[in-house]
Design a protein around this ligand. Structure first.
Ligand SMILES: [Zn+2]
Length: 446
């Protein structure tokens, strides 16, 4: 899987380098012309000075021709010396350029779906000494996550901390240590605009924000806010010379009214349009992460399609959807002007441990990681130069340190037989996950 990801990074550095080297060369050439003009000016002054002196001594303007030519020859010699300096200067420019090369204008981005903390998952973090640790969720995906320049996760449930009591379905509350594990895995940005954002009321939401602010101030927290000023700010992620705006909205909060209107970013048309237009001005590339759609459905709803059209009409470049808890297709949308936007309708669950059982439940064990490469082109525009998807399997095994997630390509029939999903829904198997990936993603994941 890692190889596959490495493979699809396009080798475009040479192009950019040439373009930027050329700009430096222009500067160098202009400097050289300036030096030449000064030399000519000096020469003219010198010739006039000589002419005046010769005129004074001989009173004959004809004889100044020789010294003048001689000076011209010297001057020419001086210019030759200047030419010799030129390659050295070019080498300096090239050396500086070589140092600057890591600033290649390309960003790799990944996102995973719902971190949905059912009770067996909550319990799996409790260690013998009473502390919590959830690093095991990411044991088999950490390399893929940390290899990306920018990694996002959909934190489906609020992290209100143990003081509010950990809880699973239906009103969830996660430990701060889940956030620590996200950071340890390499995530840079966490999406919190979900229908579970207010499961523990305003206190849960503010606890969560306070945890991020105090423990991991460098992590981007989207979708929930402690003030109007915070909500009004467009989140910008800058890397390798590219500025990416990231927006995150949810369709609702399970009927719980917002204590303050700014606390959760909702899919409200006026706000979304205003945000998109500002984001388009501020950034090279605009990503929207909507929490939308119909649970347990592989086909995007009319509502998802309508919102996607609105995102495209107002400048979005990439959509990374969550909430249905199952995977949905990846497709390009294009408007009449030729603007294109890539949509991952639903990444499904990253990790979950549903208590449901019966036919159809097996689909909740299969999620996906979106992988997208952004590149600044010759025209200066940033666009998607490559993209893919990695199906992921939530490996449900009870017990401390046990539940985790595997890339489907690393999964085996033996692991599938150990997965509690095998008992919940007898359809579950390695082949089931492969066939569902084929059905929803087609060739994209192979
Ligand atoms: Zn949800």
């Amino acid at each position: 899987m890692t190889d596959r990801y490495e493979d699809y990074r396009p080798p475009r550095r040479r192009h950019r380098r040439r373009r930027r080297w050329s700009a430096k060369r222009w500067r160098f050439e202009l400097t050289r012309v300036g030096v030449l003009l000064v030399l000519i000016a000096l020469l003219v002054l010198l010739v006039q000075g000589c002419r005046a002196v010769v005129g004074l001594i001989a009173g004959d303007g004809g004889e100044d021709a020789a010294p003048s030519q001689s000076n011209a020859a010297e001057s020419s010699g001086g210019e030759t010396a200047g030419e010799e300096d030129a390659p050295a200067g070019t080498e300096d420019a090239a050396a500086q350029e070589t140092e600057a090369e890591p600033q290649a204008e390309e960003v790799t981005l990944v996102m995973v779906g719902d971190v949905l903390l059912h009770t067996p998952l909550q319990d799996s973090g409790l260690r013998a000494d009473g502390s919590y640790n959830y690093d095991h969720f990411f044991t088999h995906t950490r390399d893929l996550i940390s290899a990306a320049d920018l990694a996002l996760a959909n934190q489906e449930v609020i992290l209100g901390g143990t003081e509010l009591g950990l809880s699973g379905y239906p009103a969830f509350n996660g430990a701060f240590e889940v956030g620590d594990a996200l950071v340890n895995a390499g995530f840079d940005v966490v999406c919190h605009a979900t229908n579970h954002a207010l499961d523990k009321g305003e206190e849960g939401l503010l606890n969560c924000l306070n945890f991020w602010q105090t423990e991991h101030p460098d992590i981007g927290v989207l979708g929930i806010h402690a003030s109007q000023a915070d909500q009004d700010e467009i989140y910008l992620y800058e890397e390798n010379g590219i500025t990416i705006a990231l927006l995150n909205y949810t369709y609702g909060t399970n009927g719980i009214a917002l204590p303050q209107p700014y606390e959760v970013d909702l899919l409200e048309e006026d706000r979304v349009i205003a945000d998109l237009e500002r984001a388009d001005e501020l950034a090279d590339f605009v990503v929207v992460a909507p929490h939308w759609g119909t649970e347990y459905t592989h086909t995007p709803s009319q509502e998802q399609e309508d919102w996607a059209e609105l995102f495209l009409a107002h400048g979005a470049d990439l959509v990374l959807g969550t909430h249905p808890h199952v995977i949905q297709p990846v497709e390009w949308l294009e408007d009449e002007s030729g603007n294109r936007m890539l949509v991952y309708y639903s990444l499904g669950n990253f990790i979950n441990f549903t208590s449901d059982s019966g036919s159809g439940v097996a689909q909740r064990a299969l999620g996906a990681m979106a992988q997208v490469t952004l590149t600044r082109g010759e025209d200066g525009e940033v666009s998607i130069s490559d993209y893919g998807v990695v199906p992921l399997v939530a490996h449900m095994v009870e017990g401390t340190g046990n539940p985790t997630v595997y890339p489907l390509s690393d999964y085996t029939e033996e692991l599938a037989a150990q997965n509690a999903m095998s008992e919940k829904d007898s359809a579950f198997s390695l082949a089931y996950c492969q066939e569902l990936s084929d059905e929803v993603f087609g060739e994209l994941w192979r």
